[in-house]
Design a protein around this ligand. Structure first.
Ligand code: XLS
Ligand code: NI
Ligand code: NI
Length: 443
């Protein structure tokens, strides 16, 4: 059981650690499915799911939107001195994370402590907070799933960071990534993420796409080489997203990133961090992106959230669709699990969710729905004919001419001869509705 830790101030007063109480519980502050130590398919739920809290949404996200200012007023955001304020925020973060039994967290440099235009001061401040975090990690057993640098919020990055047409801006991005890598390594971070928010373009009229992509690749090589020299053993993740804030982001989707990593010789060190809402923005399902990543041995980690059917941006809501997540867990289990990563709740409570408890309800819901999806997917794999049905669809390639084709033994002429000799193919059902019912039966 995670040890709950607080700082001098208790920020979530009166809220105890969230525990597993099972399906008969009507306590809204308990898990009904997530039972950390329960073994499923040979591993505990905690080991399968490796949940992480996203610092930025939970402790910096104020509920502000393009139409209005903050609605979430935090008790940990009161002190004048930036480092003292950042320590309060970290106290609140670790109190929440340990009360939620979340084994991991993730952050951007600027989430932890406010950055100014003074590079050396930023580095000093970040190091102070890293020392503070290290102590808290040791006390609680909570670990860093991944660190990253925010290379999209500051005005200097308006034309991109590693893809900026101005080298001077790229150098600033380098300074920031160096410090974020140092912080990640000092905290024993297991991975490091690159999400290319403004690594793309707004208009091709002023953009040399080829040159920008080459710069991005060079930049990633420099970052990777530096981290390896410092002894970093973890995985680098690219987090695909098609657009927003740029009109077109170069890391569009899993297939695009795979091509990029291959072209620039980065496949040995990089994998993918697949985000649900980014998949749907790219016109794909979450499952599609997971499967593409898994097919190329690139399924590293997940940013868990969900979008909205009625609008077209990254709404980052907490996940709650059991069908979607069961199908996702099938792909994850079938491919042998996430490689190095975990499930990071890159999700935010709504602008009008202003109670302290709302952050707890959101994470309880997210953790429970993934745990339920894991159990359901495991049952489907063990007990149903789902795998057999899919395998049988390809039976014609298992022997005879089909197998010869797969082994590269046939010519186009051979295909014609086979067609001529065998007449019209049989009509064979894809059984989609049957399989959809299988999923629902086990849910
Ligand atoms: C934004 C991204 C971002 C990354 C980390 O859409 O999801 O939050 O996960 O930079
Ligand atoms: Ni994300
Ligand atoms: Ni996102």
């Amino acid at each position: 059981m995670t040890k709950v830790i607080t700082g001098d101030t208790t920020f979530f007063k009166g809220i105890d650690q969230i525990k597993y109480e099972g399906l008969n519980s009507d306590n809204p502050l308990a898990f009904r499915w997530y039972d950390a130590d329960r073994v499923v398919a040979g591993k505990t739920m905690k080991e399968h799911l490796r949940f992480a809290c996203a610092y930025w949404h939970s402790f910096n996200g104020t509920g502000a939107d393009p139409f209005g200012g903050p609605t979430h007023i935090f008790d940990w955001d009161k002190k004048e001195d930036p480092v003292a304020r950042a320590k309060d925020k970290m106290d609140a973060a670790f109190e929440f994370i340990t009360k939620m039994q979340l084994p991991y967290y993730c952050f951007h440099d600027v989430d932890v402590v406010d950055y100014t235009n003074d590079i050396a001061e930023n580095e000093r401040h970040l190091q102070q907070l890293v020392a503070y975090a290290k102590q808290k990690q040791e006390e609680s057993g909570v670990k860093l799933l991944w660190g990253t640098a925010n290379l999209f919020s500051h005005a200097r990055y308006m034309n991109g960071a590693a893809t900026n047409p101005n080298f001077h801006v790229l150098a600033h991005a380098g300074a920031q990534v160096k410090a974020a890598l140092d912080a990640t390594i000092a905290l024993g971070g297991e991975n490091y993420v690159f999400w290319g928010g403004r690594e793309g373009y707004m208009s091709l009229l002023n953009t040399n796409m080829k040159r920008e992509q080459e710069h991005l690749a060079k930049f990633l090589h420099l970052a990777k080489d530096y981290a390896r020299q410092q002894g970093f053993k973890g995985t680098f993740f690219i987090e695909p997203k098609p657009c927003e804030p740029s009109k077109h982001q170069y890391d569009y989707d899993a297939a695009t990133v795979k091509g990029f990593l291959q072209e620039f010789d980065l496949l040995d060190d990089f994998k993918l961090n697949i985000e649900v809402n980014h998949a749907t923005l790219a016109g794909h399902t979450f499952q599609h992106e997971l499967q593409v990543a898994a097919n190329h041995n690139l399924l590293g980690s997940i940013d868990a959230n969900r979008g909205d059917y009625q609008n077209g941006w990254d709404t980052d809501q907490f996940p709650n669709d059991i069908n979607e997540l069961t199908e996702a867990m099938l792909i994850i289990l079938e491919s042998g699990g996430l490689q190095g990563g975990g499930i990071n709740f890159d999700a935010k409570i709504r602008r009008n969710s202003t109670d302290k408890l709302d952050l707890f309800y959101a994470h309880i819901g997210g953790m429970d729905i993934f745990a339920r999806a894991l159990l359901t997917a495991d049952q489907i794999l063990q007990k149903s004919d789902y795998l057999a049905i899919r395998k049988n669809r390809y039976a014609a390639f298992d022997e005879g001419a089909g197998a010869d084709f797969e082994h590269g033994k046939l010519t186009l002429d051979d295909l014609r001869s086979f067609a001529l000799a065998n007449g019209e193919p049989e009509t064979i059902s894809g059984k989609q509705e049957y399989l959809e019912n299988v999923i629902n039966r086990y849910i």
